[in-house]
Design a protein around this ligand. Structure first.
Ligand code: ADE
Length: 284
């Protein structure tokens, strides 16, 4: 007997903006809901269904037609909507620039850490506005991504035969502009492997909401640090992502099945305990 029923939320990033597109491999889409919650309206409707026998909920990070900028995405409403929908896990896809020679276009990476360079986002549920998130919570960020879920994504990718790397640091910039050459080189010096505009605050809000979060990142460009390469351009990001989109869909589809077959009670309880012990406030 398992204590928790597994449900996997899938957050589709650039190139997976249309949940209908994600749904192609999803059987039995049952309902679609607006899912407004105390933090506002999520970027898209939630699509509830099942995939390989596991319950799933699909959300488009930038909304249908990619109309919501990375800064304007209501990350808290998105994560809260998926939590209230009963998700135990979140799998996110993200298009990234490569900051390393060895990470080429179309390369898949399962990130394990982040550098947050965002400046204009709601970075916590614990800001005193919600009774559900009472007090001050100092969540540890190592590990930033759930290691077991990340390992499943990696193994599935390898098993299918894709070129996929395990581990890597994503630098999240505010955007919507891309980085200058000096910024790009600075991010390399800091140890960044990839750069995007959305992993932060998504990854740490998920942890505050005690959801097991992992991401599959795809390098679409070399940002602008590499002399012999074309500098990043939005059209190329979408083009390369779309060319490789089936890799992401295959990995997510298989990973959902494996996640659904496993007992996650230990991991979910551990995250719950971590959240409780990280909250330094008392109800007096
Ligand atoms: N997403 C894809 N490529 C990117 C880059 N070079 N910088 C920020 N976000 C990106």
């Amino acid at each position: 007997m398992t204590k928790y029923k597994v449900k996997v939320g899938i957050i589709g990033g650039s190139g997976l903006d249309d949940p209908q597109n994600q749904i192609l491999r999803c059987q039995n889409i049952i309902t679609r809901e607006k899912a407004k919650n105390e933090f506002g309206l999520p970027s898209s409707d939630l699509y509830h269904g099942s995939l390989n026998g596991t319950d799933v909920v699909l959300l488009s990070r930038h909304g249908p037609g990619h109309k919501t900028s990375p800064t304007a995405v209501n990350y808290r409403a998105n994560i809260e909507a998926l939590r209230l929908a009963g998700c135990t896990h979140l799998l996110a896809s993200t298009a990234c620039g490569s900051l390393q020679e060895s990470i080429c276009r179309g390369q898949l990476v399962i990130p394990d850490s982040f550098l947050d360079r965002t400046i204009k986002r709601n970075t916590t549920f614990y800001d005193g506005t919600s009774p559900k998130y009472f007090g001050v919570c100092h969540m540890p960020m190592e590990p930033a991504f759930d290691p077991t879920t990340s390992q499943i994504l990696f193994e599935v990718g390898k098993e299918i035969g894709y070129d996929i790397k395990k581990g890597g640091t994503i630098v999240t910039i505010e955007g919507p502009r891309f980085s200058s050459k000096a910024e790009s080189n600075a991010m390399r010096l800091w140890g960044g492997h990839l750069v995007n505009m959305t992993t932060c605050p998504e990854v740490y809000l998920a942890k505050e909401a005690r959801l097991l979060y992992a991401a599959v990142a795809m390098a679409t460009d070399y940002d602008c640090w590499r002399e012999c390469e074309d500098n990043v351009h939005a059209a190329d990001v979408i083009k390369v992502f779309k060319q490789n989109i089936n890799k992401i869909k295959d990995i997510l589809t298989k990973a959902v099945k494996l996640i659904g077959e496993r007992n996650w009670d230990k991991e979910i309880d551990a995250l719950q305990e971590l959240r409780q012990s990280s909250n330094v406030s008392s109800h007096t």
